[in-house]
Design a protein around this ligand. Structure first.
Ligand code: MRU
Length: 358
């Protein structure tokens, strides 16, 4: 399946070349494919903040490249370049609060710099580390796709309907995707009849991005309003809800796109299995439970306006963009280190001690 997944690879959203970071502008998809070139850490931080690039793993990868750009600029300035580089790191860390992969990638880059050998070239070492972060996310996607497909086959091998939320595909990662990687793999194995995609208000990651990715690959996809989720689970023979994660706490609580929690409640009510697919870089063992995960709230205009045109009455809005699904609503978490069924603190601690499977 690995080779077939690799052969099906069509979308690339992050391109590091000629010393610059090129990001496919996700604000303009699916209508326009334009690229934003970033040549400084500040530009990368702004691209993350304004959602040119989004999705927890993609944010982490982009930030790692941002630190390469930062090192290049600070080394030219000379002096205590590392102190100035830490300021760039802080700027990147401040770009979005929920994606654990962002802080994981920044820490990994800092650790690499701390372990630098005496005469090593810091720029070359940091660039190699960022490329390794990017490449290992792509590999993790492949491993998770295989594990998720095995789970689907174990429970029911024939073609079935799956429901997903937000965008967890090539646009959100360094490879094929987390949840969407599993769905892609299941389709290649003949196990997907239809993918229901929640439109994912207010930013429309589902209808703009996921539907675009799946349709490009000829995977049968249909978009629905988020509020249709319970009805679909009740009436359409859905066997799995499959979603990604932005941050997983030590006890298995999962922060993901707003609306995921209510989907998990509905899935439990209707006896539909609930799978979370995320690389171990999304797991933060320092956070005891979901209560400790910082949940981003964005500008109310994202909710009240469409394309700059106001659609709502003249009132304020509450726009939290992530929520926390409690671990006891989750059947399984799939990572590149293995799977955790009915997650809890002991099982996640055990998982994090393992090496990745590939
Ligand atoms: O606000 P976004 O678009 O960055 O949110 C993305 C999600 O919530 C995804 O589901 C999550 O990052 C997993 S992506 C592999």
């Amino acid at each position: 399946m690995r080779d077939r997944l690799l052969a099906a690879e069509k979308v690339k959203a992050i391109d590091w070349r000629d010393g610059a970071l090129y990001l496919l502008d996700q604000r303009r998809l699916p209508f326009e494919q334009t690229w934003v070139a970033c040549t400084s850490a500040a530009a990368v931080a702004e691209a993350i903040r304004s959602m040119v690039v989004r999705g927890a793993p993609a944010i982490g990868i982009s930030a790692a490249y941002g630190l390469v750009l930062a090192a290049r600029a600070r080394l030219v300035e000379g002096g205590d370049w590392q102190a100035a580089w830490e300021e760039d790191l802080a700027l990147l860390a401040d770009s979005r609060p929920t994606a654990a992969n962002l802080f994981w990638a920044l820490n990994r880059m800092r650790d690499r710099l701390d372990r630098l050998k005496k005469h090593a070239d810091p720029l070359a070492v940091l660039e190699a580390e960022a490329v390794a972060i990017h490449e290992s996310d792509r590999e993790a996607n492949l491993t998770m796709a295989q594990l998720g497909v095995d789970l689907i086959r174990k429970h029911q091998g024939n073609a079935q309907a799956i429901l997903t939320h937000c965008n967890t595909g090539a646009l959100a990662t360094g490879g094929f995707g987390t949840a969407l990687g599993v769905i892609r793999g299941a389709f290649l194995e003949g196990m997907v009849e239809c993918v229901y995609v929640n439109e994912t208000r207010p930013w429309l990651q589902g209808s703009r991005l996921t539907a675009w990715e799946l349709a490009n690959e000829g995977i049968p996809v249909t978009v629905n309003a988020d509020s249709a989720g319970a009805h679909i689970l009740k009436t359409k023979g859905v066997t799995w809800v499959i979603v990604g994660a932005d941050c997983i706490a030590a006890n298995g609580d999962v922060a993901s796109k707003i609306g995921t929690y209510q989907l998990a409640v509905c899935a439990m009510h209707h006896g539909v299995r609930f799978m979370v697919v995320a690389p171990s870089s999304s797991i933060d063992m320092m956070l005891a439970s979901g209560d400790e995960i910082p949940l981003e709230e964005r500008d109310e205009r994202e909710l009240l306006e469409v394309d700059g045109k106001r659609l709502a009455a003249d009132v304020g809005a509450f726009n939290p963009v992530f929520d926390v699904t409690p671990a006891d609503l989750i059947d399984v978490i799939v990572t590149e280190k293995g799977i955790v069924e009915r997650p809890d603190t002991a099982k996640l601690a055990q998982l994090m001690c393992r090496k990745r499977l590939h």
